[in-house]
Design a binder for this molecule. Structure first.
Ligand code: 9YT
Length: 128
């Protein structure tokens, strides 16, 4: 059984800061933990807009606090995000994520991240 506390991850190599300063991702679970998915407690900083396009991963995201929106760039649809909103990028959906206030998102990736991925210019992470 794996037991982890967010407090113990802060400031370690599992506490990943966006090089552009838009988010912080605290990796509770990674590929090397062997569970087939990764799970992250992610903070999206207030007032930011980020382009993400996970071509090589499926991502599920559950918002537990904050206010923002996601724009589906394939359709132009904009969906509000707040405490209790889930979105699943089942079509590897290219999107813009906007945080009006600080968002706290619980994110899962399949396949799992190993932790050293860096977003490319398209907003994707390289294949596992
Ligand atoms: C929601 C989202 O995609 N945020 C970007 C960071 C990513 N979730 C990660 O690496 O944890």
């Amino acid at each position: 059984m794996i037991i982890r506390q967010l407090q113990d991850i802060l400031g370690t190599d599992r506490d990943v800061q966006d090089p552009h300063g838009k988010w912080a991702s605290r990796r509770l679970l990674l590929r090397q933990d062997g569970m087939g998915f990764s799970m992250h407690d992610t903070i999206i900083h207030a007032g930011t807009e980020s382009l993400f396009w996970y071509k090589n991963h499926l991502e599920g995201v559950y918002c537990v606090s904050g206010e923002g929106e996601i724009e589906n760039l394939a359709t132009g649809e904009i969906h509000p995000i707040s405490d209790g909103t889930f979105y699943g990028l089942n079509l590897h959906d290219k999107h813009l994520l906007r945080a009006r206030t600080q968002l706290r998102l619980i994110c899962t990736f399949n396949p799992p991240l190993h932790g050293a991925e860096v977003h490319d210019d398209d907003g994707s992470y390289p294949p596992a």
